[in-house]
Design a protein around this ligand. Structure first.
Ligand code: SIN
Length: 485
C-alpha cells in the first residue's frame, strides 16, 4: 500500500480470539476523498460476532485474574506500539476516513493517550471500608470487572473512540469486542495487530468487521454473555440500542449526538473567540459530536466577530487529506454532503443568508465548502439539528438570559463553549448551561484526563479521566459478621 512502511498493519480480516478470520464475501473500503478502493475486507456477520463474544467470555477469567500491574504493562506496550507506528496508523486513517494527515496523526496520539492513561489508572481501583451499624460487623466494598464489554464505534474517530473504551475496559479487567463502522474498519484492525504484538492475550481484544449492522448489533446488545454495552454514535441509533440492551438488563454507556452552542459575549477577547470557533467548528470537517453547532454573538461585537471569523474561514484549505497544507478534508460520503446541503438550503428558504460558501465543493463529490450563515434563528433547521458538517450558523443575541435560554433549548447536552472575561458571568453561565462539558475561553476540550460525556439525550457515562473506569466496574459490598470476641 502506497506510503505505508509496515504493510502488516493493513489487515483485511476480523480479529477473533487472537487469529484473523476470513468470511465468504468481501466489502469495499473506499477513500472518501477520491472514491477509490483502499482495500476489500472480509465481511463478517452474526456468526463471527457470536464467536467473538464467546472468545471474550472464555478469556475473561484469565484476564480479570491478572494483577493490575500485569495488565498495565501490556497496555503500556500497546501504547508504545501505537506511538511508534503513528505515521502508518495516521495514513491508514486518512485513507479510509478522509481527515488531513496531521489531524489523523493527532487522533492516533489522542487515542494512544487513553491507553497510557488507563494503564496507569487501572492500578488505582480502590475499595472502601465503611463503619458498620454494630461492632460485630465490617462493611467492605470491593470493585470488580463487570465482564465482557461489547461496543459499536463510529467512523468519525476510527481509532480514538475504540481506544478510549477498550483501554478503560481492559484496565478494569474486562474483555472486549468491538464492531467498528464498516466505513472505517482498517484503523480498528491495525489496532488489533498492535494489541497482538503488545502481548495482549487471545480473546481479550476482538474486532469484528462487517456490513450487517443490524444483525451484529443485535448480538452485541442482546447476547447474555455480554455484561456491558458501550456506543458512540447518533442519538436515534443509541435509543434503539438501549432498548435492545434492556432485554438482558445490560449496563450501558452512550456517547450520543450534540448541538453545541458557542457563545461570544461582548466582553470576550474576540481574536481568541475566533480562533476557538474555527478549531471547534471545522475540526474533522465539522464531523464530531462536540463540534460547535450554533454560534451566538452578542450584538455589540457581531460585526467585529463576523468579519474576523470570515477572514479565518476563508483561509481554510480544502482538499485531499494526504495533500500538504490541507486542513479540511472530505466528508465521509456524498450522502453526508447532501444531508448538510439540505439543512443549509432549507434554512436559506427560512431567511438565513449565505455569508461564506454554501455550496458543494468542486474538489469532489464528498466535499462541502466551509460555510458561514448569518441572520439565523435558533429554530431554523441548521440550528435545531446536529449539522455534522463544516457549516457555522451565526445567531445574534442581546442579553445573557436570552442566550442561555436559546443555548439550552435543545434535547442535546454534550458540549458547550463560551467566551467572556467577566469572572461573575463565567461562573453563572458555566453553571446554567445544561451540558456535560463546557469550554470556557477554550475551543478544544477533549483529552484523556478529562471526563468526556453528555447529559439529556446526549447520553450517559463518562469516558477518560479518573471517572472513566467506573463504567467498567461493579461495586460489591461484603458484610463481614461474627467479629465480636
Ligand atoms: C466524538 O465526536 O464523538 C468525539 C470527539 C472527541 O473525542 O473530541
Amino acid at each position: 500500500m502506497q506510503g505505508i512502511n509496515d504493510n502488516q498493519l493493513l489487515k483485511k480480516f476480523s480479529y477473533i480470539n487472537g487469529s484473523w478470520h476470513t468470511s465468504e464475501t468481501n466489502f469495499d473500503v473506499t477513500n472518501p476523498a477520491t472514491g477509490e478502493l483502499v482495500v476489500a475486507v472480509s465481511n463478517a456477520g452474526v456468526a463471527e460476532t457470536e464467536l467473538a463474544v464467546k472468545s471474550a467470555k472464555t478469556a475473561l477469567k484469565m484476564w480479570s485474574a491478572k494483577s493490575a500491574n500485569e495488565r498495565a504493562s501490556l497496555l503500556r506496550n500497546w501504547f508504545n506500539l501505537m506511538m511508534e507506528n503513528q505515521e502508518d496508523l495516521g495514513r491508514i486513517l486518512t485513507l479510509e476516513q478522509g481527515k488531513p494527515l496531521a489531524e489523523a496523526k493527532g487522533e492516533i496520539s489522542y487515542g494512544a493517550s487513553f491507553i497510557e492513561w488507563f494503564s496507569e489508572e487501572g492500578k488505582r481501583v480502590y475499595g472502601d471500608v465503611i463503619p458498620a451499624p454494630s461492632g460485630d460487623k465490617k462493611i467492605i466494598v470491593i470493585k470488580q470487572p463487570i465482564g465482557v464489554v461489547a461496543s459499536i464505534t463510529p467512523w468519525n474517530f476510527p481509532n480514538a473512540m475504540i481506544a478510549r473504551k477498550a483501554a478503560a475496559a481492559l484496565a478494569a479487567g474486562c474483555t472486549f469486542v468491538v464492531r467498528p463502522s464498516e466505513s472505517t474498519p482498517l484503523s480498528a484492525l491495525a489496532m488489533a495487530e498492535l494489541a497482538e504484538r503488545a502481548g495482549i492475550p487471545a480473546g481479550v481484544f476482538n474486532v469484528v468487521v462487517g456490513t450487517d449492522a443490524r444483525g451484529m448489533g443485535k448480538v452485541l446488545t442482546q447476547h447474555p454473555d455480554v455484561a456491558k454495552f458501550t456506543f458512540t454514535g447518533s442519538t436515534s441509533v443509541g435509543k434503539t440500542l438501549i432498548q435492545q440492551c434492556a432485554t438482558t438488563v445490560k449496563k450501558v454507556s452512550m456517547e450520543l449526538g450534540g448541538n453545541a452552542p458557542f457563545i461570544v459575549f461582548d466582553d470576550a477577547d474576540i481574536d481568541a473567540a475566533v480562533q476557538g470557533a474555527v478549531v471547534s467548528k471545522y475540526r474533522n470537517a465539522g464531523q464530531t459530536c462536540v463540534c460547535t453547532n450554533r454560534i451566538f454573538v452578542q450584538k455589540r461585537v457581531l460585526t467585529e466577530f463576523t468579519e474576523k471569523f470570515t477572514h479565518a474561514v476563508n483561509a481554510l484549505v480544502v482538499g485531499n487529506g494526504l495533500t500538504e497544507g490541507v486542513v479540511i478534508g472530505p466528508m465521509i460520503s456524498e450522502k453526508a454532503v447532501n444531508d448538510v446541503k439540505k439543512l443549509v438550503d432549507d434554512s436559506i428558504s427560512d431567511g438565513a443568508i449565505v455569508h461564506v460558501g454554501g455550496e458543494k465543493h468542486t474538489e469532489g463529490r464528498s466535499f462541502y465548502q466551509p460555510t458561514i450563515l448569518t441572520n439565523v434563528a435558533n429554530d431554523m433547521p441548521i440550528a435545531a439539528n446536529e449539522i455534522f458538517g463544516p457549516v457555522s450558523p451565526i445567531i445574534a443575541f442581546d442579553t445573557e438570559g436570552e442566550v442561555i435560554e436559546m443555548a439550552n433549548n435543545t434535547e442535546y447536552g454534550l458540549a458547550a463553549y463560551f467566551y467572556s472575561r467577566d469572572i461573575g458571568r463565567i461562573w453563572r453561565v458555566a453553571e446554567e448551561l445544561e451540558y456535560g462539558m463546557v469550554g470556557i475561553n477554550e475551543g478544544i476540550i477533549s483529552n484523556a484526563a478529562a471526563p468526556f460525556g453528555g447529559v439529556k439525550q446526549s447520553g450517559n457515562g463518562r469516558e477518560g479521566s479518573k471517572y472513566g473506569l467506573d463504567d467498567y466496574l461493579e461495586i460489591k459490598y461484603l458484610c463481614m459478621g461474627g467479629l465480636d470476641k
